[in-house]
Design a protein around this ligand. Structure first.
Ligand code: 5AD
Ligand code: SF4
Length: 424
């Protein structure tokens, strides 16, 4: 999401006459787009801001601006705590950045942190800042009002609002015409996308119709809203990727209730069965939190048990981090010791690593259509790409070129990567 937002910021600044600096040494501004979801994300930003002090010593014109969720959460407090920060700008105020930066050039400091109920940046064509020219993000909605009890996002990104589908389809078409082969539709909870009479399944169909050669992905879905209607649309279009990211957060009903997730483990498993019914070859990935308030060993064991049942292809695994202002911070004591959170997290990581490896071993011998993305990190002689399931395949280059589809047969694997060879 921040990656996509930075590309919107890039477009706003370019239209205001700014350009990208070659390095920090020649720059007038460094803008840091931030995440507030866990404390360690914020600590990394603070570290970076302090590191930039040395550069500011050498380059007296250099001003630092903090964008995104951390700016929204801390507002001018952040400028008081980090005195080399000149301005903060929240996620709904990016159109005001040019004025804010002009003000800062005159020697003032400033904060733009108002949240909006309507801003979607629908009319802004993002500058594809770090894109490989093959795959791009399209933001389709902003904000979240699910209020999971641990989560700061509803406070930093505001109310949910959806972007006009015509502008989304036009952006996808424009990308395809420029040679892009894959788009990922982004939102905090894409299943609750709605603009007039267009819901998420209809939107997916509209984007999939742009071209059968354009792959369509999406993130993130909330299990409570994952409908059969969406699964039917996915199954109907082979270019909608066979991969669903469905954050579970915990395998214990008691925890899910405390987390205000609004579903049970039974409901979640029913959704897993539905996914496999409509698309037997669909990969499933998740997010999970270890050591949430009052989590017992039994609750933790229930999470491990769920992982054994579902057998995810990939999981993002986190330790609970208390966030000021959330329901949990106000009403639920953060009572699991940090070492115990780490121990539980490591247990989940070890189990998931083993499952991912076992899943990948089953892939040996299968053939996949792979969108070739670029050179492998290990060797110039090898390329990598992804299959529809979003698994990375590495293979000898031969005559393959990035940006094309090729058939690849899996010959070997690790827990994270499939190793293969070109079939034709
Ligand atoms: N502590 C730890 N993990 C969190 N997440 C959200 N809030 C917190 C928190 N306070 C995780 C959830 C979510 C992912 C984006 O980040 O798993 O799905
Ligand atoms: Fe946070 Fe829950 Fe919204 Fe996801 S759905 S952004 S976890 S409040």
């Amino acid at each position: 999401m921040n990656f996509a937002d930075s590309e919107v910021v890039g477009a706003i600044l370019r239209d205001a006459g700014h350009c990208l600096a070659e390095s920090v040494d020649g720059a007038d501004f460094v803008l840091i787009n931030t995440c507030a979801i866990r404390d360690n994300a914020e600590q990394r930003v603070r570290h970076r801001v302090r590191e930039l002090r040395a550069q500011q010593g050498r380059n007296k014109r250099l001003r630092i601006g903090i964008l995104g969720c951390m700016a929204e959460r801390l507002q001018s407090r952040l400028m008081a705590e980090e005195d080399n920060v000149s301005f903060v700008c929240g996620p709904d105020s990016y159109r005001r950045l040019p004025q804010l930066m002009a003000q800062v050039r005159e020697g003032q400091r400033g904060a733009e942190v108002e949240l909006s109920t309507t801003e979607t940046y629908a009319d802004i064509e993002p500058v594809r800042l770090a894109s490989n020219g093959i795959s791009a993000y399209i933001s389709i909605m902003r904000g979240c009002q699910n209020y999971c009890s641990y989560c700061v996002v509803p406070y930093t990104r505001g109310r949910e609002r959806s972007r006009d589908p015509q502008t989304i389809v036009a952006e996808a078409r424009g990308l395809f015409e420029r040679g892009y082969k894959e788009v990922t539709l982004l939102g905090q909870n894409v299943n609750s996308y709605r603009f007039d009479n267009v819901g998420f399944p209809e939107l997916m169909a509209m984007v999939a119709e742009v071209s059968s050669l354009l792959r369509v992905r999406f993130a993130t879905s909330h299990p409570k809203d994952l409908s059969n209607e969406l699964l039917e649309v996915m199954a109907r279009y082979p270019n909608i990727c066979r991969c669903i990211h469905l954050p579970v957060q915990s395998g214990s009903n008691r925890m899910l209730k405390l987390m205000n997730r609004k579903y049970t483990v039974e409901w979640y498993l029913d959704r897993m069965a539905a996914i496999r019914h409509y698309m037997p070859d669909c990969s499933i990935t998740t997010d999970v939190i270890a050591g949430f308030c009052s989590e017992t060993l039994e609750d933790h064991e229930a999470t491990l048990e769920l992982f054994r049942k579902v057998r995810y292809d990939y999981a993002y695994m986190f330790k609970y981090s208390q966030r000021e202002g959330t329901y949990a911070a106000k009403h639920l004591p953060d009572d699991i010791a940090d070492e115990e959170k780490t121990r539980r997290l490591n247990e989940i990581i070890a189990l998931q690593g083993q499952i991912a490896l076992e899943n990948n071993r089953q892939e040996v011998g299968r053939e996949y259509e792979v969108l070739v993305e670029g050179e492998s990190h290990r060797s110039k002689e090898q390329l990598f790409g992804r299959n529809s399931q979003n698994k990375v395949l590495v293979f000898d280059r031969r005559d393959a070129v990035p940006g094309t589809y090729r058939k690849v047969k899996v010959t070997d694997c690790t827990a994270a990567t499939l190793i293969g060879e070109l079939c034709d």
